[in-house]
Design a protein around this ligand. Structure first.
Ligand SMILES: [Zn+2]
Length: 251
């Protein structure tokens, strides 16, 4: 095989690996939310793959301010190491920051609850996750419960799991209402109910040393206790961890 062919093949493999091999360029496992995302004011239809009790809840350290034009992050957002690694975890065990488990908890970096909702994407014919913060999750669950309650008036066993929903941006949050999908699409979606969605991988947990490093890079306004911040380890400088780009992150 010529060098040209080899390079071309490697490029294709890289692209396939990045997109999970199932998505066109620019589309990832994470559904892009917001005005310029896939779930915008017009919205998008998915099939819900799990009950809210089985959505993956975890924590993210983040602190930002909006300067009127754009959001400024005072340190790079990252997954809190003191987070559940799967669904149905004992949430009360993770409610409070844990300085022994996470350097960002140790320095008191602001910590927020996020959750991932597994959905089947009618267009790409595979599962994806809607990853969003507590405020939006609350609104989506309220709508979810409303829709389910309505369905149960006619059928006590009704569940929204496996049904089509339309999710769109409304005001500064998101809404969920029942959507349309063909019986064939619903049948396809069912294959993705209860599979392993690999949440731990999707949450992109960083190495401790990597987190210490990004905390050292925090700007002046970052609410962190710098006196408690461990030094950047030498070994980390010599052997940098595999870089996680912001594009690879769900949040
Ligand atoms: Zn933490």
């Amino acid at each position: 095989m010529s060098l040209r062919d080899t390079l071309k093949q490697r490029e294709e493999q890289r692209e396939a690996a990045q997109s999970g091999g199932e998505f066109p360029e620019g589309v990832t496992r994470y559904v892009r939310m917001g005005k310029h995302g896939e779930v915008n004011a017009e919205g998008r239809t998915f099939v819900i793959l799990a009950d809210p009790d089985d959505w993956f809840a975890y924590y993210v350290h983040e602190q930002s301010t909006f300067n009127g034009q754009r959001t400024i992050y005072h340190f790079r957002k990252h997954t809190c190491l003191h987070s559940p690694k799967g669904i149905r975890a004992d949430q009360s065990a993770f409610k409070k920051p844990n300085p022994d488990a996470c350097p960002s908890c140790l320095v008191g970096a602001p910590r927020k609850l996020y959750a991932m909702i597994p959905v089947y994407d009618l267009e790409y014919k595979t599962y994806r996750v809607i990853d969003t913060k507590e405020f939006h999750i609350n609104n989506l669950i309220a709508d979810y419960d409303k829709a389910e309650k309505m369905g149960r008036k006619f059928n006590p066993d009704y569940t929204l799991v496996g049904e089509a929903v339309h999710i769109k941006q409304v005001d500064k949050s998101f809404s969920l209402e029942s959507g349309d999908a063909s019986p064939e699409q619903l049948e396809e979606a069912k294959k993705f109910i209860g599979i392993d969605y690999e949440y731990e991988e999707l949450a992109n947990f960083r190495e401790e040393a990597d987190i210490v490093k990004l905390l050292h890079e925090a700007d002046e306004e970052a609410k962190i206790d710098r006196d408690k911040l461990p030094p950047v380890s030498e070994s980390n400088n010599e052997k940098p961890n595999e870089e996680i780009n912001d594009d690879d992150l769900p949040f």
